[in-house]
Write a protein that binds this ligand. Structure first.
Ligand code: NAP
Length: 330
């Protein structure tokens, strides 16, 4: 095994500025852990772009190698759960945040972090899905655990062209749900219909300004990535006994509501937290994503780049110009 390898490294300079470059690292420099993995693909997420620009809410200490989604082949393992040659996916926990992440040729992680690549999924597909696909699938999984079913009516997805949103549209459609996709992008209607949306509405229609505590029922459930008044609107217009999965905060972390949707309509608000999802559920979700819940459009939304091209794509993401899933291939 080679001892020296390439890694994307963020450094904090004396004046508080951050620099990004590709450096040589040695295996001994990797964090402690039972499983050493040769990375085959890593995917770029918004969290990585923030970490790369020195966002202390994501990464406290530098130098740091970001990358919250990676997959590859086990090179050595001190755990009975993995053996040399196993293909594995690593996402969630502290990976890529304050623990050295996927934008490097080798990673070393605790044995509870990797998941074996399920049959029916390629390493490349696992990274097109990544944390976004996992979040969308976990949302539907929890909604169905709470009684959601297609016969109850359509499901609203907010931020529907985003990483989580587009996967949610696709997975819901695969499972026989009618999908109302809310989007701020007029030019994306064809894309959303291809993913399986049956109706497309504007962001404004999910941002009710009437001040009323309850609205006429417009959907039977929702997967919300936006937060704030959009989330409040998802809840107020949700049908009886429907579930609203709370995934994100692209508008803001705030939520103002009354108790009426809960005590009069029995609406469930479900928290979606992927980082510490219990292992049993984590395995179940990846299994679903490899078969029955595997989105059809994975091939069309990926862009494969080299480690040398990562800087350019981080800048595009920070400028809001990123589209689809960017995968670094090693
Ligand atoms: N809970 C978890 O474990 C977990 C896991 C992954 C991600 N997340 C969170 O989920 C959220 C979405 O992540 P993502 O990766 O899908 O992000 P993303 O790819 O950047 O997508 C977000 C989408 O939200 C919409 N949007 C952007 N600004 C908006 C605004 N001001 N108001 C309303 N809509 C807006 C846009 O879609 P349209 O143009 O189509 O409206 C955008 O594509 C983030 O807050 C992220 O932190 C949480």
């Amino acid at each position: 095994m080679v001892n020296q390898f390439k890694a994307f490294v963020i450094r904090e300079n004396e004046n508080g500025n951050f620099s990004r470059s590709i450096e040589d690292k040695r295996i001994e420099e990797l964090p402690e852990g039972e499983v050493l993995i040769q990375v085959k693909y890593a995917a770029l997420n918004y969290k990585d772009a923030l970490s790369s620009s020195g966002h202390k809410g994501i990464t406290r200490n530098f130098p740091h190698t970001p990358g919250v989604d990676a997959c590859g082949i086990v090179m050595s393992s001190e755990s009975d759960d993995f053996k040399e040659g196993d293909a594995v996916i690593v996402t969630s926990y502290d990976f890529g945040m304050n623990t050295s992440g996927g934008f490097q040729e080798y990673i070393r992680v605790p044995a509870k972090w990797p998941v074996k690549l399920p049959e029916g999924m390629t390493l490349e597909e696992s990274m097109v899905l990544g944390t976004g696909g996992f979040t969308a699938a976990l949302s539907l999984f929890k909604m169905e655990q709470n009684g959601q079913e297609p016969s109850m009516g359509p499901i609203l997805v907010t931020g529907s062209t985003g990483g989580v949103g587009s996967m949610a549209v696709s997975i819901l459609a695969l499972n026989g749900y009618e999908v109302i996709a809310a989007s701020g992008k007029k030019e994306a209607h064809d894309y959303l219909r291809e993913l399986g949306a049956t109706e497309i509405i504007s962001r404004e229609e999910t941002n009710d300004q009437s001040g009323r505590p309850l609205l006429r029922t417009k959907w039977a459930g929702a997967i919300d990535t936006v937060g704030d008044n959009t989330l409040a609107t998802c809840i107020k217009a949700c049908g009886r006994n429907g579930s609203v999965a709370v995934c994100g905060l692209v508008e803001s972390e705030k939520l103002e509501t009354t108790v009426y949707p809960f005590i009069l309509n029995g609406v469930n608000v479900l928290g979606i937290e992927t980082a510490e999802t219990p292992r049993k559920i984590r395995l179940k979700i990846w299994e679903l994503l490899s078969k029955k819940w595997k989105p059809k459009h994975l091939e069309d939304i990926k862009k494969i780049i080299s480690l040398d091209e990562l800087e350019e794509h981080i800048q595009l993401m920070l400028a809001g110009k990123s589209k689809g899933r960017v995968l670094v291939k090693f």
